[in-house]
Design a protein around this ligand. Structure first.
Ligand code: NI
Length: 171
């Protein structure tokens, strides 16, 4: 397993759309393992393949709390087949280090995907897991959290990103 470099906004590769995975081969499983390791190493609760420059439809999430056992979930070729309700969550993203924004999404989703062994599964989620599934699926379509903000908040986020980058350069 290898920790991969995470692309940071505004890297244009974050705008690419992931291609469907044709078969869950050992190479695909190795990529999944790299993604999980990269997500844990960065302290995130989700990571999409497009965030490490692999343009395929895979994401991993682990929404377990700090005191809970890990709950790694692998989604290959994911689809949201039901979405309802509404919630606002203060979201972060490994491609937007140092910023969090309140974003409105569906409260409850039902998703379908293949797991790490290529087996189909369905999951119903609400709360943080529902947020993470929607956020990561957006990544596979080249959609980023900044797109969910209104013009004023987008501009403020640009400033926060510039400041975070400056702070990083100073440390
Ligand atoms: Ni993200």
């Amino acid at each position: 397993m290898t920790t991969r470099e995470i692309l940071k906004y505004p890297d244009p590769r974050l705008r690419e759309v992931g291609a469907p995975v044709q078969a869950v081969t050992p190479e695909v499983q190795a990529l999944v393992d790299d993604m999980a390791e990269t997500m844990y190493a960065s302290g995130g609760c989700g990571l999409a393949a497009t965030q490490i420059g692999e343009m395929v439809r895979i994401f991993v999430v682990d929404c377990a709390g700090e005191d809970e056992p890990s709950d790694l979930r692998v989604f290959i070729n994911p689809e949201i087949i039901e979405a309802d309700g509404q919630q606002v969550w203060n979201e972060g993203c490994l491609s937007f280090p140092g910023v969090n924004e309140e974003i409105k999404r569906a409260e409850h989703v039902k998703a379908r995907a293949l797991d790490r062994n290529g087996q189909p599964f369905e999951v119903e989620a609400d709360g943080l897991l529902a947020v993470a599934i929607q956020h990561e699926l957006d990544h596979l379509n080249g959609v980023l959290m900044i797109d969910k903000l209104n013009a004023i908040k987008r501009r403020m986020m640009g400033r926060k990103l510039a400041k975070a980058k400056q702070d990083e350069a100073q440390t």
